[in-house]
Design a protein around this ligand. Structure first.
Ligand SMILES: *Cc1c(COP(=O)(O)O)cnc(C)c1O
Length: 376
């Protein structure tokens, strides 16, 4: 069986974890954590990075930093992972779901405009598959209405909007190092703070609501509870594992982009003959090869394709169930239809893409997809 995903290992993880264990200190604001954070700041030009235990946690911290609460509205796509919405629902905010574009799961900037009210406080964009949303257009909206812009950049490591790394554009951005992402540490992530006015509070929130960071710089003579907060620091074990992965990011990206291009080369004719749709990548967006997906004509065809591939020993999977139709949200929704989000929920299929996959595997998977379309 070709699995849908295999977590990447660089080979240096055990060695780096052993070195971390030798220091006999596994918790706190450690050198290895700062090494990971600096690596990201230097390579992608983030102003300030704080590692977290997940992207979900980074989103929950973002919701606190954005000061979102009861009575506020937050606009985000319906076609996204549950954590994007849950982080803001936890604060009591009203989630307002926007539809996807017709040719890509990313949120449609023209839909956002229609949903803005005096209660709107923040916009959360999700760059699906590491492909940038139209940030120039979205920034015009957030500036005009004085809204906080948050990027759910969970899938976006090493991806760009024009020349800016994703996650450097909004006030706050949240990334994931879950094992399904391009590089990972099992469970992990980070928050990037781009708006300097949020920095001081971010440092407090990450330290359980205390001014511990200021204390460790000897700026205060004791540390105290000053705000709400999170236990957000990963252990040295996790950071050591992550650093071993980060060092190899360029070779990981090279391999993944090569595999993605093989998929595209083999399957693009299916799009040209209008058998499937491939998500369109705008000229302002780079492709970090986080995932390769096809959009089938309807749900039945998509499910048949997944079954067919299973019979060929290939694990292909669908993706998000639109959140506006979820059991939790159904009673809260206003009955607005989001046809594009629903289409992607029903018709999108992701094909295997991971570091250990070989071009010959991609060729086999593509031959199988093509033989499915030859038969129907
Ligand atoms: C993976 C993912 C998350 C959650 O990441 P965790 O690190 O598992 O919490 C959130 N949003 C999107 C878009 C994701 O792809």
């Amino acid at each position: 069986m070709i699995p849908f995903n295999k977590p990447y290992y660089s080979g240096d993880e055990k060695d780096y974890i052993a070195k971390a264990m030798d220091t006999k200190t596994l918790t706190g604001d450690l050198e290895i954590i700062r090494m990971c954070e600096s690596f990201l700041e230097n390579k992608y030009n983030f102003k300030k990075v704080f590692l977290t235990n997940s992207c979900t946690m980074a989103l929950e911290m973002a919701a606190v930093l954005a000061n979102v609460g009861v009575g506020d509205e937050v606009i985000m796509p319906s076609f996204t992972f549950v954590s994007t919405a849950n982080a803001f629902a936890l604060r009591g905010a009203k989630i307002v779901f926007a539809d996807s574009k017709i040719d890509h799961p990313n949120m449609d900037e023209n839909e956002i405009k229609k949903l803005i009210t005096p209660k709107t406080k923040a916009i959360v964009v999700v760059h699906y598959a590491g492909i940038a949303c139209n940030m120039d257009a979205i920034k015009i909206i957030t500036q005009k209405h004085n809204l906080i812009l948050i990027e759910d950049a969970a899938q976006c490591i090493a991806s760009y909007h024009n020349n800016e790394a994703l996650g450097t554009i909004g006030d706050i951005a949240c990334f994931s190092f879950h094992e399904t992402k391009n590089i990972h540490c099992g469970e992990g992530g980070f928050i990037s703070i781009n708006n300097p006015s949020l920095l001081e509070r971010a440092e407090i929130i990450r330290h359980k609501g205390t001014n511990r960071a200021a204390f460790s710089r000897a700026e205060v003579n004791k540390y105290e509870w000053v705000d709400i907060g999170f236990s957000s620091l990963p252990s040295a074990i996790t950071a050591a594992f992550l650093y071993a992965q980060m060092e190899q990011i360029d070779s990981v990206q090279k391999k993944r982009i090569g595999l993605w291009n093989s998929y595209f080369k083999n399957l693009n004719f299916l799009q040209e003959s209008q058998k499937v749709q491939l998500p369109s990548i705008p000229e302002y967006a780079s492709n970090n090869a986080h995932l390769f997906c096809l959009i089938c004509k309807n749900e039945q065809e998509r499910n048949s394709l997944i079954e067919f591939l299973k019979s060929k020993e290939i694990q292909a999977v669908f993706h998000y169930q639109s959140l506006h139709n979820s059991p939790f949200y159904q009673s809260k929704q206003e009955g607005r239809e989001l046809p594009n989000a629903e289409k992607f929920s029903n018709c999108l299929v992701r094909l295997p893409l991971y570091f250990d996959l070989e071009v010959k595997d991609v060729d086999y998977i593509c031959d199988s997809v093509i033989s499915f379309y030859d038969c129907i």
